[in-house]
Design a protein around this ligand. Structure first.
Ligand code: UDP
Length: 375
């Protein structure tokens, strides 16, 4: 019992903590309700085409965090991949994030960087001092025309809410550039695990002392059998939704196969109302080092998460803050349980942040255990 740890969820959070604790001599049991590890990062080869499919939607590893990058590279070779997103709006194809090509194409201009910066500043609404919402952030920094073309409709499709109700932090994920760099991410490292994410997570979990239970639900009542539980499932589910259900968006994917190359790029966003989906992802382009005759695509539809759906994006609205606070209070009072990851902490986290937080959570746990045994 003293040495026995339960980890709920075999995504990155759970796998990284399991790895660190098993190396420190703990006996770790990992439980996941799904038939595979890796959570929503799970990838598997399509039997018909051989394409590596990101089953729960695309995941691109990008980070500035040296520790997270060094950690994942111990378990897989990372192949170069740069996400270059295209966006269709008003019957034309543009590049995202908004960069010099987007600005010049959209406005039919040939501006240089300093001119484009000045031009965009002239379009921005300077009366907005401290943008709090997604809409204010967009209007302040790119102006109404670009906002309406690229962000407004896409965001309504993605979040089911008016951008005036969403926090500015969501838009802050996307840079605006005054050069022709169309890399979707600003980070120093970017790449894809050569054998897919599931193989990577399996390797992280491949340490003596870890046993993985798939198709297995962990009953919170069992926590007394363990010295500690790390829980990466939805925080509200642990407490049997005592404070109501926290809102999430879920995704539906309409998968189709085609001959050859369907759209010529990994991600194309649909920023207009003509299509109900937000984007089409073509999965073989996420593994550009592989050759495949045929192709697998996903149309991606976002909607409100109902009881039996898979939660994807936490909707952290100011009005839900009190409900979340009540769960945080319950979590603080829960002894011997640490809530981790996107679902456990109800935050919109990228993979690298999840991994880094899991590493520091394991450090803290091991440091405290050392202190306790020294007392
Ligand atoms: N977004 C948008 N238009 C786009 C791409 C993104 O309006 O073409 C907005 C949308 O609200 C989205 C947010 O920017 O939720 C963050 O985009 P990101 O690509 O980071 O979303 P993710 O890939 O995590 O779904």
């Amino acid at each position: 019992m003293k040495n026995k740890i339960a980890i709920v969820g075999a995504g990155f959070s759970g796998a990284v903590i399991a790895n660190q604790l098993a190396h420190a001599g703990y006996s770790v049991e990992v439980f996941d309700t799904r038939p595979h590890v890796a959570g929503n990062c799970h990838s598997e080869r399509d039997a018909e085409t051989g394409v590596m499919v990101h089953v729960y939607g695309p995941h691109i590893f990008h980070t500035d965090n040296e520790r997270a990058w060094e950690f994942v590279n111990r378990f897989s070779t990372f192949k170069p991949f740069v996400n270059r997103v295209k966006a269709i709006t008003k019957g034309q194809v543009f590049t995202l994030p908004i960069n010099l090509l987007t600005i010049n194409q959209f406005f039919g201009k040939t501006l240089r960087p300093a001119e484009a910066q000045e031009f965009l500043a002239s379009l921005g609404d300077k009366s907005i001092d401290n943008p709090a919402t997604f809409e204010e952030q967009a209007l302040r920094f790119v102006g109404r025309e670009l906002y309406e073309a690229f962000f407004k409709t896409y965001t309504i499709k993605q979040w089911g809410l008016d951008p005036g109700e969403l926090p500015a932090s969501i838009l802050k994920r996307l840079p605006v550039r005054f050069n022709y760099d169309d890399n979707y991410f600003n980070h120093k490292y970017q790449g894809m695990p050569e054998g897919g994410y599931t193989a990577l997570v399996e390797k992280i979990l491949d340490v003596p002392g870890i046993s993985v239970h798939l198709n297995a639900h962990f009953d919170p009542a069992l926590k007394a059998d363990y010295a500690h539980v790390f829980y990466s499932g939805p925080i509200d589910a642990w407490f049997r939704h005592a404070e109501g259900r926290l809102p999430y968006r879920t995704l539906d994917f309409k998968m189709f196969r085609a001959k050859g190359d369907y759209q010529g790029n990994a991600v194309i966003n649909y920023c207009d109302n003509g299509e109900a989906y937000t984007r089409i992802t073509e999965h073989k382009h996420f593994s550009p080092w592989e050759q495949h005759q045929d192709t697998v695509c996903y149309e991606e539809y976002s909607r409100q998460c109902e009881e039996n759906d898979i939660p994807y994006y936490p909707i952290r609205m100011a009005r839900d803050k009190e409900q979340l606070e009540r769960y945080i209070t319950l979590a603080k009072d829960e002894t011997n349980v640490t809530f981790v990851g996107r679902l456990g902490t109800y935050r919109y986290l990228d993979m690298d942040v999840t991994i880094h937080e899991a590493l520091t959570t394991a450090d803290t746990f091991l440091d405290c255990a050392k202190l306790r045994s020294a007392m």
